[in-house]
Design a protein around this ligand. Structure first.
Ligand code: FES
Length: 298
């Protein structure tokens, strides 16, 4: 993992952010990746991100590790926050590997406000686990689960007994997120908050099972057909309407769009159950519509 510190080349203040926020880092060739801000929220002059060198890098981490050096110029977009820290008297933070990054500023805030908090941080070995040194100042609030020492995070021990008034925050690989979701099944609704770095595992809906629908762009006065196998985003963009996207797999939130009418078939990995049920917003890069017409505030 390499930590990058980003600053405005002219020394201007950077946009403010809150714990859980991420930015888009735009690499050479237009590849865009999302990274959580993991520095000090009160430092308006600098942002920090942590980038894992992924062995199966599709270009993002390889670019950061092999191409960037101190003083290099990069383009960024954001910040944006789909993983905000809710106010709670108690927090249980669970991190797997590089998933520690969004939790670092959350922990700093929880600690500063005097909340009761604990962190379980898992990884293959201490040598591969980023930011362990700076977590040392929190003493025994932090429990480290290194596979080669203690084994995996003790989820049954942490989650076995539902605790009212404890907010659980988890970020890490899909296997950990799925296990934590299962572990929190009996917890009070709304206790669990998690962030995915890659799309939620879901049975691939066969294109043959997808239905065409009409999308109405209220402000633009356009009516467009979305056929099976094409995304709402793609149809809208090709019609010449400006829409922003980044990950195109429903994890970053860049394409979030206000819904005015229609029964949305949410397929993203960001919105919570209540947010889906409210039908107010959708990620148009992946989500579709069950009803014949979808009306968007575009
Ligand atoms: Fe990332 Fe749609 S582009 S969620």
């Amino acid at each position: 993992v390499v930590a990058l510190t980003l600053a405005d080349p002219a020394g201007a203040d950077l946009p403010s952010w809150t714990p859980g926020a991420h930015i888009d880092l735009i690499m050479n060739g237009g590849v865009t990746r999302q990274y959580s801000l993991c520095g000090d929220v009160t430092d308006q002059g600098r942002w920090r991100i942590g980038v894992l060198r992924a062995p199966d890098s599709r270009g993002g981490s390889r670019f950061v590790h092999d191409t960037l050096s101190a003083g290099a110029a990069v383009r960024v977009r954001g910040p944006r926050n789909h993983f905000p820290l809710v106010s709670s008297p108690r927090y249980l933070f669970i991190a797997g590997g590089i998933g520690i990054t969004p939790l670092l500023p959350m922990i700093a805030e929880a600690d500063a406000t005097g909340a009761d908090w604990r962190l379980a941080y898992g990884g293959r070995s201490r040598a591969t686990m980023a930011f362990l040194g700076e977590l040392g100042r929190y003493g025994d609030r932090v429990r480290v689960f290194a596979d080669d020492e203690t084994g995996r995070i003790d989820l049954p021990g942490l989650l076995g007994e539902p605790q009212r008034g404890t907010a659980v925050y988890c970020c890490g690989p899909e296997g950990l997120l799925t296990a934590v979701e299962a572990g929190c099944a009996g917890w009070p609704p709304g206790s669990l908050h998690l962030e995915r770095f890659s799309a939620r595992a879901r049975p691939a809906a066969a294109v043959e099972e997808e239905r065409a629908f009409e999308v109405v762009l209220q402000r633009s006065g356009l009516k467009l057909q979305v056929p099976p196998g094409r995304s709402v985003f793609d149809v809208i963009q090709r019609a010449g309407v400006s829409v922003l996207g980044s990950c195109f797999e429903g994890v970053c939130g860049t394409c979030e769009t206000a819904v005015l009418d229609g029964d949305v078939d949410h397929r993203d990995s960001i919105l919570t159950g209540p947010e889906r049920a409210s039908n107010e917003f959708m990620m148009i890069c992946v989500s579709r519509c069950r009803s014949a017409r979808l009306t968007l505030d575009l």
